[in-house]
Design a protein around this ligand. Structure first.
Ligand code: NAP
Ligand code: G4F
Length: 364
């Protein structure tokens, strides 16, 4: 019998890769979507209409919708990926973030209990390295104390603990994957990696002059999202419900990511100055519209956070040992290269499309 999975956050970066992964494994996949004034479901457009992929309207802030949907779908596995996932935005919308990222997890757990599925339905919770926040040790593992450092992280900490509580109180198979940053060609465009790869592509093609960033010294353990969704599944196939750190075990600064991304776009950078005065300056360029001495990266305090997490490095030993997962399947260098390659093409195509539209008189 094919298993049935319900994915919240199916339209997001991870939801789209996980859908592909589970469909490949023969699952019946159901996803939750929200009503919006524009139908913007780019990441899953290629799956819509395929026989084993089903979409339903519901919302993490609407318990009735979740109770009804879980009853209708009767999932064997739930992957709770839905969240207001942007850390900086959580400072502007802390209450919404708490409702979706904290109480939302409780709503999913109660929807399962209300439908009497607690003995059969396994639940994966998308926990985060942001829980370590103002880090108390480096690297961080399953036993490192938490010190959340943003409204987002505080909300996610509730999610982590309520999952643990329901596991112990009701003997439910529910677990957290404590995932470190993972990126891809489908990463949201306001997260730092994607913001950089898109800007490098636009600057290389003469469509943007300068990229403005915040804290360049921030250290992250960046992996490839496609590799990480496999772990979500492995965690739910494990004999016992347990929490796992998922990371590469390698860290880099935002500055290093930018240097490498620009290099892949054909622009060699050097860095000068400190703090808000720091600038990324072109040393050498293969692009005719960018010349040596141009300043293509500047710092803007607009992207500083009231409290910033600056030293994330995960220890994936437990996942490697108990799940047989390979943390270094895609290296940092390969990740940056594949993102830049994708965005060079995307920016090129945008130009083609615009030219086509202009020709047809659609855009004046
Ligand atoms: P993402 O691209 O921002 O996707 C978030 C998803 O949540 C989208 O499908 C979004 O739907 C949905 N969502 C937001 N609010 C909702 C609501 N009220 N009701 C229903 N759905 C809602 O995030 P991601 O990068 O794929 O991350 C997936 C999960 O892992 C998130 O929980 C995130 O916090 C966590 N996480 C991510 C990382 C990472 O590095 N990517 C690391 C650790 C943990 P719309 O498309 O309608 O907005
Ligand atoms: O790319 P970021 O916005 O990701 P952040 O804050 O680490 O959060 C992401 O990863 C978490 C896992 O640790 C997830 F839980 C969360 O949902 C999300 O997916 O920022 C990374 C770092 C930060 O220190 C930030 O201050 O980059 C720094 N940064 C520097 N300039 C910037 C910028 N971040 C953004 N978004 N934009 C900038 O211009």
């Amino acid at each position: 019998m094919a298993k049935t999975a319900l994915i919240t956050g199916v339209t997001g970066q991870d939801g789209s890769y996980l859908s592909e992964f589970l469909l490949d494994k023969g699952y019946e996949v159901h996803g939750i979507i929200r009503r919006s004034s524009v139908d913007y479901r780019e990441r899953i457009a290629h799956l819509e209409g395929t026989p084993h992929f089903h979409l339903h309207y519901a919302d993490m802030s609407d318990s009735m919708s979740l109770v009804k949907l879980v009853g209708k779908v009767q999932p064997d596995e739930i992957y709770n990926l839905a969240a207001q996932s942007h850390v900086q935005v959580s400072f502007d919308s802390p209450e919404f973030t708490a409702d979706v990222d904290a109480v939302g997890v409780l709503r999913v757990l109660e929807a399962v209990r209300t439908n009497h599925l607690e003995k059969t339905c396994r639940i994966y919770q998308a926990s985060t390295s942001e829980l370590y926040g103002k880090v108390e040790e480096v690297p961080q593992s399953e036993t490192t104390p938490f010190h959340p450092y943003s409204p987002y992280a505080v909300a996610k900490l509730y999610g982590y603990w309520i999952i643990k509580e329901y596991r112990e109180a009701y003997n439910m198979f529910c677990c957290s994957g404590i995932l470190f940053n993972h990126e891809s060609e489908r990463r949201g465009e306001t997260f730092v990696t994607r913001k950089i790869t898109l800007a490098a592509a636009r600057i290389a093609q003469g469509k943007q002059d300068c990229l403005y960033l915040g804290n360049l010294d921030s250290l992250r353990d960046w992996g490839y999202a496609k590799d990480y969704v496999e772990c979500m599944w492995l965690i739910l196939q494990h004999e016992t419900p347990e929490d796992f750190v998922i990371a590469t075990g390698v860290q880099h600064t935002v500055r290093e990511f930018a240097t490498l991304a620009f290099r892949h776009a054909g622009i060699e950078l050097r860095w000068e100055g400190e703090g808000v005065e720091e600038r990324g300056i072109v040393v050498e360029s293969q692009k005719s519209n960018v010349k040596s001495g141009d300043v293509v990266v500047r710092v803007s305090p607009d992207f500083y956070r009231p409290t910033d997490v600056v030293n994330l490095l995960g220890d994936p030993s437990k996942a490697r040992r108990e799940l047989g997962w390979n943390p270094q399947k895609t290296s940092f260098e390969e990740l940056v290269e594949l993102m830049v390659k994708h965005d060079m093409q995307k920016v090129r195509n945008q130009h083609v499309n615009l030219a086509e539209y202009l020709e047809k008189g659609i855009v004046k």
